[in-house]
Design a binder for this molecule. Sequence first.
Ligand SMILES: Cc1ncc(COP(=O)(O)O)c(C=O)c1O
Length: 239
Amino acid sequence: MADLEEQLKAAQAQRFRIIVTDGVFSMDGNVCPLDKIYELAQKYDAMVMVDESHSAGVVGQTGRGVTERYNLRGKIEILTGTLGKAFGGAIGGFTTGKKEIIDMLRQRSRPYLFSNSIPPMVAAAGCKMVDIMSETNELQDKLHSNTDYFVAKMKAAGFDIKPTESAICAVMLYDAKLSQVMAAKLQEEGIYVTGFYYPVVPKDQARIRVQISAAHEPEHLDKCIAAFTKIGKELGVIQ
Ligand SMILES: Cc1ncc(COP(=O)(O)O)c(C=O)c1O
C-alpha cells in the first residue's frame, strides 16, 4: 500500500489514474485490501478495477465478491470475472461497472467486437447462477466449510498451507522439482492438482494449489487428504 501511494503521487500529473488488482490472488488465496485501496483511490483521484475471477461466488456474505466483503458495492469503476470458476465451470467471462465505461467498452473492446460471443447456453447458465445465488447461500457456505475442513486436516497432517479466504489452498513445498513430482504422484492417486513454481510464483515459493469446490463431499476431501498424506510421507514432505 505504501508503494501504491507513491505511484499514485507520481501519477498526479496524468489526466486519469487507475488501480488494477485481483480480488483474490490466485496463487495464495488471500483477499486484496480493497478498503485501503479504495481509500487511496479517493485520496489521489484514481479509478479502481478489480478482477473478481477468484472471489465472485466465494467472498462476501452472499458471494458478491470483495466489494461486498468491504461494503463497497457500486463504488468500484470496473469489475471483471469469469464464468469458469465458482460460477459453474463454463467458458467465458464478463466486465461490469459504471455505465459510461461499459458503454465505451461496447464500442472499443476488441474481444467483444471481433470475437464470437459466448454460447447462448453458457450465458443462460450464467444468468441462472445469479438467480441461484440470490435465492440461497447454501453452495457458498458448503464451499467455505469444505475449505475449513480441508485446511484443518491438512495442517493436522503436518502440511504448510497459506492462510486462505477463498477456495484456493496453497500447499507450500518451496521446491520446484518436488512440486512437479508430488503433483504427478497425486494425479496417479486420482487427485487432480497442479504444482506451480517460478516464475508463476516467487522463487523458492513452489507449491501445489488445491481448489476446493462446493461439489466436494466429505469422502472426496478425505480421499484427497489421504493421498496427500501418503505421497507427502513418501517424499519426506511430512513425517
Ligand atoms: C486472477 C484470474 N483472473 C482471470 C482468470 C481468467 O479466467 P478464464 O480462465 O475464464 O479466462 C484467471 C484464470 O485462472 C485468474 O486466475
